[in-house]
Design a protein around this ligand. Structure first.
Ligand SMILES: Cc1cc2nc3c(=O)[nH]c(=O)nc-3n(C[C@H](O)[C@H](O)[C@H](O)COP(=O)(O)O)c2cc1C
Length: 202
């Protein structure tokens, strides 16, 4: 039986190999983050087999080590993209990472199948409230609609697209948007949902 079809008794005697989870975390200023910082520290404390890469810290000028990033991806079974929603998309460092790392011959093209069959899960903190992300709200589109380019990137690279884990109302500006307690509690709840999702894949 192949490795991808675990034997029934593996589950009973605990020999089932845990999935390698690679978290690509992008935040230009994680020290001043409320939400992403909490989600990442909860992931770190979980019993999951996670490797967290802070790409903004690793590559402050976006001079990305493509080979190093591609070898991390090759080892991973599940890739989590952890980021704050910036202008309805990913932060600049993550866009640069995607542009450079998901290259022709690696992620797409006739021989570019290195990501085939790996899970991808976007995990996003969103500033705006839920009702704003609807046809009648000031953001007009749902989060899922706005994430279509990322979803299609997963399909082109033959990855398994998982519904995003996202949380509204994550912005904290004292006396303007939310309270710190509200944002921290939303972030903890987000982390729990993400960990539950990752456990179901592991
Ligand atoms: C440059 C910038 C762009 C942003 N764009 C959006 C946006 O398009 N939609 C939204 O709902 N919130 C937006 N926000 C709010 C962030 O998503 C929010 O502050 C972040 O998720 C909070 O996470 P943190 O505490 O980890 O920084 C933006 C914030 C910044 C600084």
């Amino acid at each position: 039986m192949s490795e991808s079809h675990p034997k029934k008794w593996d589950f009973f005697i605990g020999t089932q190999k845990m999935k390698n989870i690679l978290v690509i975390a992008s935040h230009p200023n994680i020290e001043h983050s409320y939400a992403n910082k909490i989600i990442l520290s909860n992931l770190e404390l979980s019993s999951l087999n996670v490797e967290i890469c802070h790409i903004d810290k690793l590559y402050p000028t976006y001079d990305i080590n493509i080979e190093a990033e591609q070898s991390k991806l090759i080892k991973a079974d599940v890739v989590v993209l952890q980021f704050p929603f910036y202008w309805y998309s990913v932060p600049a460092a993550l866009k640069s990472w995607i542009d450079k790392v998901l290259s022709y011959g690696f992620a797409y093209g006739s021989a570019g199948d290195k990501l085939k069959g790996k899970h991808i899960i976007p995990s996003i903190t969103v500033g705006g409230p839920e009702e704003s992300y609807s046809a009648t709200g000031y953001n007009h589109f749902s989060i899922k609609e706005l994430l279509r380019p990322l979803e299609q990137t997963a399909y082109l690279t033959q990855m398994i697209w998982n519904e995003p884990v996202y949380t509204h109302g994550c912005i904290y500006i004292p006396n303007v948007y939310n309270t710190q307690e509200e944002v921290e509690s939303r972030a903890k709840n987000h982390a729990n949902r993400l960990i539950e999702k990752l456990e179901s894949l592991s």
